[in-house]
Design a binder for this molecule. Structure first.
Ligand SMILES: C[S@@+](CC[C@H](N)C(=O)[O-])C[C@H]1O[C@@H](n2cnc3c(N)ncnc32)[C@H](O)[C@@H]1O
Length: 213
């Protein structure tokens, strides 16, 4: 899987196809990051959440694990444009599935529109691995798409997701062919869903998961 072909186009495509929806989801629980000191952002892409995190939290140190060099370049250009302190951000160009970190380091983990890239058996391995690197009182923010339980909202979400997965499969050779809710893996890793907001008729959600130290 590689997002290289998409990196330069991701920003305008998001704007045209999703408007402000994805950024609303990413930043829903931003206020909860104000007291955090070490953040792990996985698959951060073009850095839209990253710049907001740096703005609200002047002391946070951030590690971004991102596989795609083009995405890292987009994020770095965004930081430069916004004149933010890049010394607080460490980019690691890595496959998150192979990444290992010192255990118990991060009090904030963020996976925005990232877990939907993986199949269930990959999430079963990836989520506990990322959770290992989190502190006992860590919070985990995630935004993603979802399929509502029933009715026209379910059909609508299913149709949009089918086209999205087809597009990403063709452009990036995405591993996943459909959405796997990560809830049970997060719960098994010791996180509890503290708040969830739904957007766009239940097609997208923003979650705040907490570990109780
Ligand atoms: C759908 S994009 C989401 C980007 C961004 N987080 C957002 O909110 O729009 C998925 C991102 O995850 C990255 N990615 C995909 N697989 C990865 C992996 N195995 N390890 C690290 N990053 C990965 C891609 O390069 C891309 O930037």
């Amino acid at each position: 899987m590689s997002f290289d072909r998409l990196a330069a186009h991701y920003h305008w495509m998001e704007k045209i196809f999703a408007g402000g929806l994805m950024q609303r989801c990413r930043t829903t629980f931003l206020a909860h990051t104000k007291d955090r000191r070490h953040a792990l952002l996985i698959g951060e892409g073009t850095g839209k959440f990253l710049v907001e995190l740096l703005r609200v939290n002047p002391r946070i140190q951030i590690t971004c694990v991102e596989q795609c060099a083009g995405m890292i370049q987009q994020a770095q250009q965004r930081l430069a444009r916004e004149q933010l302190d890049v010394s607080r951000v460490s980019f690691q160009q890595m496959d998150a599935l192979r990444w290992t970190s010192p255990p118990g380091k991060f009090d904030l983990v963020v996976t925005n529109f990232f877990l939907d890239c993986f199949r269930s058996e990959q999430l079963q391995k990836l989520i506990p691995q990322l959770a290992e690197s989190a502190t006992d009182d860590a919070i985990w923010l995630l935004a993603d798409f979802r399929v509502p339980e029933a009715g026209w909202r379910r059909w609508r979400a299913g149709a949009i997701l089918a086209s999205l997965y087809l597009f990403f499969k063709l452009m990036t050779s995405l591993s996943a062919s459909w959405l796997t809710p990560p809830d049970k893996f997060l719960a098994n890793a010791g996180f509890k869903l503290s708040d969830r907001r739904l957007f766009n008729f239940g097609f997208a959600h923003a979650d705040l998961w907490m570990r109780e130290g």
